[in-house]
Design a binder for this molecule. Sequence first.
Ligand SMILES: Nc1ncnc2c1ncn2[C@@H]1O[C@H](COP(=O)(O)OP(=O)(O)OP(=O)(O)O)[C@@H](O)[C@H]1O
Length: 260
Amino acid sequence: MSESKLKIEGLDKWYGGRKNRVHALSSIDLELADNEFVSLVGASGCGKSTLLSIVAGLQGFDNGVLLTDGAPIVGPGLDRGVVFQSYTLLPWLTAQQNVEFALQAAGLPTAECRDVARHHIELVKLAKFADAFPSLLSGGMKQRVAIARALSYRPKMLLMDEPFGALDALTRHQMQELLTQIWEEHRLTVLFVTHDVEEAVYLSDRIVAMSINPGRINATFHVGLARPRSQDMIASSEFVALQKKVLAAIRAGSQSELEH
Ligand SMILES: Nc1ncnc2c1ncn2[C@@H]1O[C@H](COP(=O)(O)OP(=O)(O)OP(=O)(O)O)[C@@H](O)[C@H]1O
């Protein structure tokens, strides 16, 4: 059997000192297969962002095992592209230059950067705005640049933390469609954090619901909806039934905060 793209076993994360310790993550076990799209959902404070940033290598953890393709994750790497809710673009560079800059920083020869950046700007359907500065781009367009940048160095895994959380409903739907199109055409492993259960069901192969205090995995749901997905599916009885189950798991998980 092939190695999991991501393997997390018995992972714990504490924040704070002796007096104000927070058990942010407790005994997390999670595996992602190659090309799998998995969403993390759960009440605010259940540790979704902490888990994603640990996988990104942006912070450490206390106990457990964290592997990608069987090798330990010890810091950030080009094998993992990260997209945050805030667009994190450099305002003095155009859309195209923002992607080129990331490629140069990743060590790609300058001559190739332009073509690779252009290709990824086209992939996110932003060719007409390649030479626009971020101040002239809408929120959705800025997030397209951030996705192009994260994909440009061809990571094996895409880590997304509420990437569409700041967008209006229509733009959010457009971005979800774009992301499913890119994922269906190019296939890569995605770990996606969201508060929006509809978004999680629409995008994912599997949804992992976390509970709070300490942050734990309390339920996992396989999404059996056919692919390619379309926004029409959102009204289907299968979609709505799954959405309800996931919401119930989130509610049950958020109550553990009151019990402690
Ligand atoms: N840098 C930090 N220092 C101390 N505690 C932290 C830190 N970052 C997060 N925490 C705590 O760890 C727990 C998990 O936080 P985290 O932000 O990962 O949750 P989340 O599920 O992503 O929340 P949200 O949905 O609101 O973004 C919370 O109790 C939070 O207060």
